[in-house]
Design a protein around this ligand. Structure first.
Ligand SMILES: Nc1nc2c(ncn2[C@@H]2O[C@H](COP(=O)(O)OP(=O)(O)OP(=O)(O)O)[C@@H](O)[C@H]2O)c(=O)[nH]1
Ligand SMILES: [Zn+2]
Length: 350
């Protein structure tokens, strides 16, 4: 890849606040292109490279993600630290423990893709909106396959009516001009990612955005930090317009975690109504003088939307509880292990 300035790489002035002059003397900022077991592929003003990750940065809660900014030691190809993120897309791990995995960092825009057919589902879109809100990323709804539907306008109108102030773009992803309406989110140094069900057109759109050069480098061979050749799949690609697309396997398998704090802002219309209920702790189920039920009766609030809000809230509460229990368990386990070590030392008389 050719010479990259920090701003071409997506550097924003805010990051500099976290770096001192000493930091700049000791290391240089680099952006994470891919995360491997042995280390990271990074891109900086020096070009691409492989760097090693110190052990404490491999730990789950602070795990480095594609799109992260790291400070790399000048002399050692070793990450000194992870810079604070502007946004972070997380995924809920498979299995019941609701652990979160960092998937993509410093994404500016999340394109939530659905097609104008049976895939269209308001409740799923609300979930994705909550995910974007939780991650701190601007969501844009992208409706594909307008060319295959006579009622594309109705899908768009329905989404606008149901979801409040969201940005919606409708297009035909197979059209060579398809990405023109997305251009305003694809300026130099901006970072975007796509989510949505299988078959809605994410790959088609991604390939349209990528210049030919970056399509070819989707898989490359490079030296890792120990000088070995490894075949690495790049996960962050430059677009023809100088933006970046993050396309990792993690993004593809994004399990949408419920996000309690984010729900209130995605469903702010319901929150606003609830404030007008007579009772603070109104359940909106036969309570006296309930503004939410009045809106349902008047048809200004959809039963589906309220039901989905409640469902996502319940999921968020369960996830939160499971996470707390896990932390408590590992804390107790840690204390128990320490106690056992102490007992052993005592027995051995040390
Ligand atoms: N006619 C038409 N076909 C489309 C459009 N968008 C996608 N397709 C077709 O739908 C099929 C699936 O598109 P993909 O881009 O592979 O979908 P995807 O979202 O990447 O799917 P996964 O990789 O499974 O997640 C392909 O055959 C595309 O050509 C569109 O707007 N119009
Ligand atoms: Zn109420």
């Amino acid at each position: 890849m050719s010479f990259q300035t920090l701003s071409q790489l997506g550097w924003q002035p805010g990051y500099a606040q976290h770096l001192t002059l000493t930091d700049f003397e000791a290391g240089y900022p680099a952006r994470v292109l891919a995360v491997h077991r042995s280390g990271l592929s990074v891109l900086s003003s020096r070009g691409t490279g492989s760097v090693v990750l110190p052990h404490h940065l491999l730990e789950a809660e602070s795990a480095v993600a594609v799109g992260d900014w790291v400070l790399v030691e000048h002399e050692a190809d070793r990450v000194m630290r992870l810079l604070p993120r502007q946004s972070l897309i997380e995924r809920v791990a498979a299995g019941g423990d609701h652990r979160r995995q960092s998937i993509a960092a410093n994404v500016d825009t999340l394109f939530i893709v659905t097609s104008c057919n049976d895939d269209f589902n308001l409740s799923r879109l609300e979930r994705y909106l909550a995910l974007a809100c939780e991650a701190g990323v601007e969501p844009v709804l992208v409706f594909t396959k307008v060319d295959l539907s006579d009622t594309a306008n109705e899908y768009v109108a329905e989404a606008r009516a149901a979801l409040g102030a969201v940005t919606v773009v409708a297009l035909n992803a197979t059209d060579t001009m398809a990405v023109a309406p997305l251009a305003r989110w694809l300026a130099t140094g901006r970072t975007v990612a796509f989510v949505g069900s299988s078959g809605v057109g994410k790959s088609t759109l991604t390939n349209r955005l990528l210049g030919e050069a970056s399509q070819q480098t989707r898989t490359i061979r490079e030296d890792d930090a120990k000088g070995r050749h490894t075949t690495t799949a790049r996960e962050m690609f430059p677009t023809a317009s100088g933006a970046w697309v993050i396309d990792t396997p993690g993004m593809r398998e994004l399990r949408i975690g419920a996000a309690e704090s984010a729900l209130d802002s995605v469903f702010d219309d319901i929150e606003a109504l609830a404030e007008q209920c007579r009772f603070r702790d109104c359940h909106h189920e036969g309570d006296a003088d309930c503004a939410v039920e009045r809106a349902l009766a008047a048809g200004t609030l959809d039963h589906r939307r309220l039901a989905n809000y409640r469902k996502l809230q319940r999921e968020a509460a369960v996830a939160q509880r499971t996470l707390r229990e896990k932390r408590e368990q590992s804390r107790q386990f840690g204390a128990m292990a320490k106690e056992a070590m102490r007992a052993k030392r005592d027995r051995l008389g040390r």
